[in-house]
Design a protein around this ligand. Structure first.
Ligand code: ZN
Length: 485
């Protein structure tokens, strides 16, 4: 930063995502936490000058759904189905985390997001096992310096520990029932202790208990009413992704007059057209996480139907335990999947024009998410007066060169290593391709130690017992499927 906290990004290829600013070759002046000016040429003698002649400047990405705590588990979920995820992640790995692991997962997960140019994040945080876990989860995000909402998950977490002898009742009893007193008290404490102000980079939210969403609206009604007494920025709800679709959570909440702009439904491939209309008329958003939805059989991603309903879509990453936590892959997977669908159905098998383009995906991954989070007035585009949430992406790498169309380059060729710089709220969190203010070798050592601790604990729980307990709940006779080869 130069004097008075001024930084001048000079000569950038600017993709603003703001129609009034457009795309241009030019300069961006950051003063304090804001974008002060964007113009073909700006003079600011007292500013720190950054030569961006070989870089694209664009708004930071907005990830509207991530279970950030699972960062240590990269690679474990790559071949999982949703059934595997339920058994292994929710009933086994989560049990293995101590408060240090909770901190490390959220801290490094947020760094991983920032490194990939994500400046705003909705953390669907269902690892609220003890007050110490909760403190670790909040502090991890705060220490990383990301903008976002930590949605405190009111899940009934397993009560057993690694090494305990398990029985069916222990596992089943942990997945249903009313809101626990522990969560009422602990969530209120977290709200008061960590989020006394709503003006911080990180805001307080709630993540509802998903199992209740499949069976009965009553627990959800109670949960939403209770959650709103804590004035959360958002309430994140896994919904309509294919399990027991007899129960309609969107219309059920509407029947109780509870829909509103603070509700963020996630996945939602199986929403009805009426559900979409209710959301549009009464408030409520849908976050699409294309890669997990395709991998885990959650249905055809709903994003396109959200657009057609006249609402705003967004993209989320969901779980970094089964793929890279960047937005590049999500934009590409979503776009190509939609094109496949158009050719198969809308165009009656004839491969003619697709209605969606790379720029649409970039908009959904920036402004779309910001709109859903209620922060499009301060971020989501490069607009003078908005907060300086800016990324610079290098155009000179082997994989990016040559850049003819910067939007094409961002959506189809870039990866996290191409991101040179990231500012969040005017603070440089990545410069020259490296995260600022941290010693990565030391952070990595702590991350690996946490991973080792979790895997040691994991080995003490019987996977067969867990799968056996869950199989009848899912109506499965065979809890495991043999590999194809
Ligand atoms: Zn999720």
């Amino acid at each position: 930063m130069g004097s008075q906290g001024k930084t001048l990004i000079r000569g950038a290829t600017i993709v603003s995502m703001d129609p009034a600013v457009g795309d241009l070759k030019g300069d961006i002046l950051i003063v304090g936490d804001r974008i002060a000016e964007i113009a073909p040429s700006i003079s600011a003698d007292d500013a720190e000058v950054i030569d961006a002649t070989d870089m694209i400047a664009s708004p930071g990405f907005v990830d509207t759904h991530r279970h950030t705590w699972q960062t240590q588990l990269k690679g474990v979920a790559i071949d999982w189905s949703l059934f595997d995820y339920t058994c292994l992640m929710r009933s086994m790995y989560s049990v293995c985390y101590n408060a240090e692991d909770a901190y490390v997962g959220n801290y490094v997960g947020a760094l991983d997001a920032i490194n990939a140019g994500i400046t705003s994040l909705v953390d669907h945080s269902h690892l609220q096992i003890t007050p110490d876990h909760s403190d670790g989860l909040v502090n991890g995000l705060k220490d990383a310096g990301i903008r976002g909402v930590m949605c405190y998950g009111v899940y009934r977490n397993p009560k057993y520990n690694p090494g305990d002898k398990l029985n069916q009742a222990m596992i089943v009893s942990d997945v249903s029932g009313p809101l626990e007193d522990f969560h009422r008290d602990n969530a209120a404490r977290v709200r008061a202790q960590h989020f006394a102000s709503d003006d911080g980079l990180l805001r307080f939210g709630i993540a509802s208990s998903e199992y209740a969403t499949f069976t009965d609206v009553k627990p959800m009604v109670d949960e939403i009413k209770w959650a709103r007494t804590l004035q959360p920025a958002m309430i994140s709800i896994h919904a309509h992704f294919g399990v027991n679709e007899d129960f309609r959570i969107v219309s059920g909440l509407h029947d109780h007059g509870l829909l509103g702009e603070d509700l963020l439904f996630v996945h939602g491939a199986h929403v009805t057209d009426r559900d979409l209309q209710l959301l549009k008329d009464h408030g409520g958003w849908l976050s699409t996480t294309p890669e997990t939805e395709l991998q885990m059989g959650m249905g055809y991603p709903v994003l396109e139907r959200v657009v057609e309903s006249g609402s705003t879509p967004s993209l989320g990453i969901d779980i970094a335990s089964n793929f890279a936590g960047d937005m590049f892959a999500q934009m590409r997977v979503m776009l190509q999947t939609m094109r496949f669908r158009h050719y198969e159905t809308a165009n009656a098998g004839i491969p003619i024009a697709s209605r969606y383009a790379a720029r649409n995906m970039l908009e959904f991954a920036t402004l779309g998410g910001a709109r859903q989070m209620g922060i499009d007035g301060i971020t989501g585009s490069l607009t003078p007066g908005k907060k300086a949430d800016i990324i610079l992406t290098r155009m000179d790498s082997v994989n990016m060169s040559p850049v003819t169309d910067p939007v094409a380059a961002l959506v189809f060729y870039a990866d996290a290593n191409d991101i040179d710089s990231v500012w969040i709220d005017g603070v440089a969190r990545k410069r020259g391709g490296k995260l600022t203010g941290i010693s990565w070798p030391a952070v990595r050592k702590r991350l690996n130690a946490s991973r080792d601790h979790i895997l040691d604990q994991f080995a003490r729980i019987s996977e067969a017992d867990i799968r056996g307990a869950w199989a009848p709940i899912w109506g499965l006779e065979t809890p495991a499927i043999e590999p194809a080869i």
